[in-house]
Ligand binder design. Structure first.
Ligand code: TYM
Length: 332
């Protein structure tokens, strides 16, 4: 039986990279498969490996991410939506899997290389190295079979499949299914300021991303100032025109049209005209999400209640599976 699992870091309000790379795929699956197992975690244990916000910012980020997921259409009646730190079995399984994993392999991962750059030598936190082991534990704790994620997670997904395989091999069991990565039709959304980088919360400029709580004016200003180039026509070529291609890709994600269709429709528009069309589309799609988001943020009690109920459901599965893992390992 299929178990869909994914996680998202509580970095605050989701941006459209999260939305098109992952959240939208999740919601489509959720609504098309009401009976399958679907577990989605707000991964606060992961969030502290890259930044250590103070407690009130941390709580606020958890509320905003959860409210954002709900506003986009995650339905707690169909998806088990829960908070990772409330299910201690994640950390326990991470420890067990960590003993099957070499440091060298973890240090070779591109995301590790990138994130560890900001530390001087010898100062990289252990949590940052073991981050992908925890991510693997997240999925395997529920015997996940399918993992919807954006393209930036592909190396972590390879490692996950590897760890599942190594565990089975080491203990001579067919215990963990080998999870498959599921990508969306728009698996990569780039920064509006630098199309060589993915759109991300960690970029210092607000203008690099569109967030799902942006006002119409903010959406307009950000798209107007998005990087393009001096060629006024609208053509799709990531090699030579990454800025314009990113905007086409975003437009195509909003409208569920292929980039080629978007280009064909935009014949005769210059970059400014195309940006105006994109502004209208972004506003039409984001405004209703923003309204729901604002309503949800007014009721923090409800958000924490959704997470608490989800965490209880997740934990029941986690306790059972971890108990089986302990049997396999010989802890009991
Ligand atoms: P995170 O929190 O960075 O991102 C959440 C999801 O959004 C996708 N995403 C993007 N997709 C396309 N373009 C972008 N610019 C973009 N930015 C983000 C990510 O691919 C992801 O699907 N390590 C994970 C969280 C995690 C996890 C897991 C995921 C922890 N445990 C278990 C799956 C399974 C992360 O940092 O995602």
């Amino acid at each position: 039986n299929e178990v869909f699992f994914s996680g998202i870091q509580p970095t605050g309000v989701p941006h459209i990279g999260n939305y098109f790379g992952f959240i939208k795929t999740w919601i489509n699956h959720q609504n098309a498969n009401p009976d399958g197992t679907k577990i989605l975690s707000v991964v606060d244990l992961h969030a502290i490996t890259t930044a250590l916000p103070n407690a009130s910012v941390m709580r606020d980020n958890i509320v905003k991410m959860t409210a954002g997921l709900l506003a986009c259409g995650v339905d707690p009646a169909k998806t088990v939506l829960f908070q990772q730190s409330q299910v201690p079995e994640h950390a326990e399984l991470c420890w067990i899997l960590g003993s099957l994993q070499t440091i060298t392999q973890l240090q070779r991962l591109p995301q590790y290389k990138d994130k560890s750059k900001k530390y001087s030598k010898g100062q990289v936190p252990l949590g940052l190295v073991s981050y992908p082991v925890l991510q693997s534990a997240d999925v395997l704790l529920y015997k996940g079979t399918h993992v919807p994620v954006g393209e930036d997670q592909s190396q972590h997904m390879n490692l996950l499949a590897d760890i599942a395989h190594v565990f089975n091999l080491r203990y001579g069991v067919d215990f963990f299914p080998i999870p498959k990565m599921v990508t969306s039709p728009a698996p990569r959304i780039k920064s509006l300021k630098d199309p060589n980088q993915k759109m991300s919360k960690s970029h210092p400029s607000e203008f690099s991303r569109l967030d799902i709580d942006n006002t119409n004016d903010e959406l307009e200003a950000k798209i107007r100032r998005a990087l393009s180039d001096t060629n006024p026509s609208i053509t799709y070529d990531w090699e030579t025109r990454p800025g314009v291609s990113n905007l086409i890709s975003i437009y195509s994600a909003f409208t569920d049209k292929s980039p080629e269709e978007v280009v064909a429709e935009s014949k005769g528009l210059d970059t400014l005209g195309f940006k105006k069309a994109l502004i209208d589309t972004a506003i039409a799609h984001i405004a209703p999400i923003r309204t729901r988001f604002e309503q949800l943020c007014n009721d923090e009690g409800y958000i924490w209640q959704v997470l608490a109920e989800g965490s209880e459901k997740a934990r029941a599965v986690a306790v059972d599976n971890l108990s089986q893992v302990k049997q396999v390992v010989g802890f009991k």
